[in-house]
Design a protein around this ligand. Structure first.
Ligand code: HEC
Ligand code: HEC
Length: 498
């Protein structure tokens, strides 16, 4: 197997001469990937595909929960026979109308998911057997770690806040600076990071894979799923498969939206606009089922039922601020409340507006020939579902509460030479420049940068205390339902044949 593998992989590389020497080395390693031996894989009829069912599919309504058992008829490509087989149907939570994209080379099956879940919670991939993915992306801490910055092997403090895995399946790019193109790509990072999971001589993945290969359970599972021994490629695929089901939705806000759509359809008014009555209806249901959103909003299930109209009005105000005056939706747009883009808010700038070398952000990751100065110090817009579980906030972890985040935006972020235009008062900057050119007095508090002494004036939102409170309340209403134990409980696994 091994020799066959090398021969096949090296020949085209050498003949075509396309690869750099380091790529040729990578190809040579059988710890990285192997060709599958189909005779070792689970037969087609016993494979259990996993499919996403989205709210716009008719079947969605009939599925009782997130994780559903089903049956399907399929044609076995090796025999041409029709087979009846088990299928897992994942009910995509309300509020997310799209299924997470799944790469063609990594279709989802139940066995792969189980293997991925085991790897995610197993410290076996860390050099001293102490740290797992779940150490920093812990289901009891909103799939993050609750720390300002992460702690890896041997208690080492990392430089940056751990984002949540919630809905990471929808990210266009992974990591704060977007340096990974997929969950599969991302999952290989921590093992090679000496601060996070692996310190030692040699290639961390060689060692991690060697360790997996001494474990008969893992060898059996990898062979059943991939027809290979444990490899880096296969481990990354399995972990990503598990992560694609860490989906968070069905927030109070989503339920108010669903109510609104139903109402407008019944009224045939065509006016798809949220009203306080829509929030009130969703709140009423939540009080009736004593649901988790009550606690998220700081409401007592017994005493506060009489406050529904007041709370509904505040939620509507918060929602309108988010989309209008506070301009949040300029970047936090779409179903996960992220545009998937990168912006400089100055979260990591010091009081003088200097960005330390570690704060270059997206710019550093752009390929040569594509460096865009507008992306210096820019970091990825995070989604806003599940915020109540994932404090502290920003890539720096410097904002401890949602109230602090709102104060940060109210002052326009932190001035620095590359502050996003969307965060700046460009009209005031132009007025400043004209006044200075005309020799008129200018505001001495305005910070200027560079040889041209360019003024950078953060755009103040001028939110009132009530508006700030309503905006925070709206963010809390995005929190969403807790995940089902089959996803979030490390010890709970579905029945599966190996
Ligand atoms: C020591 C703590 C630590 C461990 C262990 C760890 N991570 Fe992370 N993870 C982080 C930090 C910190 C970041 C952000 C790093 C950055 O953006 O530069 C991150 C980023 C991510 C992201 C990107 C999310 C986004 O929104 O961009 C995903 C997904 C993720 N980790 C999954 C995993 C998986 C899977 C594993 C196990 C193979 C793992 N992590 C192990 C701390 C950790
Ligand atoms: C110019 C684009 C932009 C605008 C406008 C914007 N955000 Fe953000 N938001 C981001 C980016 C980028 C980050 C991450 C910044 C960083 O860590 O450097 C972020 C981070 C956050 C976080 C922290 C999330 C976490 O998991 O750490 C919250 C909460 C948030 N924004 C809410 C809001 C609210 C509320 C508004 C409106 C008042 C708003 N944002 C306006 C782009 C924006």
């Amino acid at each position: 197997m091994k020799r066959y593998n090398r021969l096949l992989m090296l020949t085209p590389v050498l003949i075509l001469g396309l690869a750099t020497p380091s790529q040729a080395q990578v190809s040579e390693k059988d710890t990285y990937y192997q060709l599958p031996d189909e005779t070792r894989m689970t037969p087609f009829r016993d494979q259990v595909p996993m499919v996403f069912v989205t709210p716009n599919q008719p079947e969605w309504k009939s599925l009782p929960q997130f994780w559903n058992e089903g049956q399907e008829e399929a044609i076995d490509p090796s025999t041409g026979e029709k087979v009846q087989r088990r299928v897992i149907k994942i009910k995509v939570p309300l509020g997310l109308t799209q299924a997470p994209p799944v790469p063609a080379e990594n279709p989802m099956t139940l066995q792969k998911w189980v293997l991925g879940k085991k790897l995610y919670y197993d410290p076996i991939l860390s050099s001293d057997n102490t740290v797992a993915c779940a150490s920093c992306h812990d289901p009891t801490k909103g799939f993050a770690d609750g720390r300002k910055t992460s702690v890896g092997i041997q208690g080492q403090l990392g430089p940056i806040n751990a984002p949540s895995v919630f809905n990471a399946a929808y990210n266009k790019l992974q990591f704060w600076d977007g340096r990974a193109i997929s969950l599969e790509d991302q999952a290989q990072g921590p093992v090679t990071n000496p601060l996070e999971m692996f310190a030692g001589k040699g290639d961390p993945w060689d060692e991690a894979v060697a360790r997996l290969r001494t474990n008969p359970d893992y060898v059996r599972m990898f062979q059943a799923v991939f027809g290979t021994l444990p490899t880096r490629d296969a481990a990354a695929k399995a972990i990503a498969t598990y992560e694609r089901t860490v989906l968070l939705g069905n927030s109070l806000h989503d339920r108010a939206e669903a109510r609104m759509r139903q109402r407008v359809t019944e009224e045939e008014s065509g006016k798809f606009e949220l009203t306080a009555a829509d929030y009130a209806a969703a709140l009423k249901d939540e009080f009736a089922r004593k649901g988790p959103a009550l606690k998220d909003l700081g409401l007592d299930p017994e005493k506060d039922a009489g406050r529904i109209p007041e709370i509904a009005q505040r939620l509507l105000n918060g929602r309108n601020l988010f989309f209008n005056k506070a301009r949040c939706a300029n970047c936090h747009s779409g179903e996960t409340f992220s545009d998937g883009e990168f912006h400089n808010l100055g979260a990591g700038a010091d009081t003088q507006g200097n960005l330390p070398a570690s704060e270059v952000g997206r710019f550093a990751r752009l390929p040569l020939g594509h460096k865009n100065p507008l992306l210096i110090g820019a970091f990825k817009t995070p989604g806003l579902r599940g915020l109540l579980h994932t404090a502290p906030y920003m890539h720096t972890g410097t904002e401890k509460s949602l109230e602090e985040v709102i104060e940060f935006y109210d002052r326009g972020g932190n001035a620095n030479p590359w502050l996003s235009e969307k965060m700046r008062d460009t009209a005031a900057e132009a007025a400043y420049l004209r006044a200075r050119a005309a020799g008129q007095p200018v505001d001495p508090n305005v910070r200027t940068f560079g040889p041209a002494k360019r003024p950078i004036i953060p755009l103040k939102l001028n939110l009132t205390p009530q508006e700030k409170a309503d905006l925070v309340l709206f963010l809390k209403a995005l929190n969403g339902d807790p995940l089902e134990p089959i996803v979030a409980d490390p010890n709970k696994f579905p029945e599966v044949k190996w």
